[in-house]
Ligand binder design. Structure first.
Ligand code: SF4
Length: 318
């Protein structure tokens, strides 16, 4: 059987820039999320424990920004944090032979701050040698025309990506996970970003409470049709001290098994138009905050090997 080549983000970047490109994840004090600070809701998405991917943030945040903030007393501190995170990660990655980088504004909602703050931070990130672009993680209800226009302007000379958490196109699911926006809002923001020629990556979660395989594939199909350029697929996993953990303990849903995940992922990739890149195929957390499913606590290598094997069996070259 002739294997089909998987259109991964890594392959795309290597072909475009001639060398391996890595993301430098950053998380800055002062950023929060409208689904946490009470603007849209409090408590956040049921699965969200933002400290789990940025442990130095959130807990001690006394000042947080939003779209209407008129001052940013944290800007100096944010610039220092950004500088430290970029330099430290770049140094470590360069020792592994990586030569070019995208700065990934990952934690919380990275367009949820006054425009001048965002512009200063994005510009600063782009000022480092060997940083060829940015990836901005955000929510569809938190992007202004001003910021999209600025990113579109930057994208004329830099590699600029905007990442939206979509998760599901089913409003009953989005309500159940306390997402704070509906699928129409996600679609509208993505279409708007695409109309400005921005590169868009959508995050999808498989295994959300109440969803079966058909619903997960419907989500994938619809989001592909919105014109996204890339996707990140994640299994839903349950972390301690979240609303989802309470629902899991109450037996309200069963976590997705590794077999179910591999099956739905393979099918989602089969129905994906070939030009849509794959930025990520799984996720997990390997510490004792994980409640379920246990396979999401496997080492990254073990998880990637398992997924790759499933894809190989389906005829994909990794
Ligand atoms: S949008 Fe992101 S940061 Fe905000 S509550 Fe949901 S998962 Fe957490």
């Amino acid at each position: 059987m002739k294997l089909k080549t998987l259109p991964t983000f890594g392959r795309y970047l290597k072909a475009k820039f001639g060398v391996k490109v890595a993301k430098i994840p950053v998380g800055l004090s002062g950023f929060t999320c409208p689904n946490i600070d009470g603007t849209v809701a409090k408590g956040g998405c049921t699965f969200c424990l933002n400290e789990s991917f940025s442990p130095n943030l959130a807990k001690d945040a006394k000042i947080t920004l939003n779209l209407k903030s008129t001052q940013n007393p944290l800007l100096e501190q944010q610039l220092k944090e950004l500088d430290l995170q970029i330099r430290t990660t770049q140094k470590a990655m360069k020792m592994q032979g990586i030569k070019k980088f995208l700065v990934y504004f990952q934690s919380f909602t990275n367009t949820y701050a006054p425009f001048e703050t965002l512009k200063t931070l994005y510009d600063k990130a782009l000022s480092y040698p060997d940083v060829i672009g940015l990836s901005i993680g955000t929510r569809s209800d938190s992007v202004t025309d001003e910021v999209l226009d600025y990113l579109a302007q930057l994208s004329k000379t830099k590699e600029i990506w905007i990442e939206f958490g979509v998760q599901s196109v089913f409003d009953q699911t989005l309500e159940r996970i306390n997402r704070g926006h509906d699928a129409a809002n996600a679609k509208e923001a993505i279409l708007k970003a695409k109309a400005k020629n921005l590169n868009v990556c959508a995050h999808l979660i498989f295994g959300l409470p109440g969803e079966n395989q058909e619903m997960m594939l419907t989500t994938a199909r619809e989001v592909y049709n919105w014109g996204v350029d890339a996707v990140k697929y994640h299994p839903l996993y349950v972390v301690k001290n979240t609303l989802l953990a309470n629902q899991y303990k109450a037996g309200e849903f069963a976590p997705i098994t590794k077999e179910e995940y591999a099956a739905v992922l393979t099918m989602a990739i089969e129905i994906k138009p070939p030009h849509i890149l794959i930025q990520r195929m799984t996720a997990g957390i390997s510490d004792d905050t994980l409640l379920a499913p246990k396979w999401c606590g496997w080492s990254k290598n073990a998880m990637v090997a398992y997924i790759n094997e499933a894809l190989r069996k389906a005829g994909w070259k990794i």
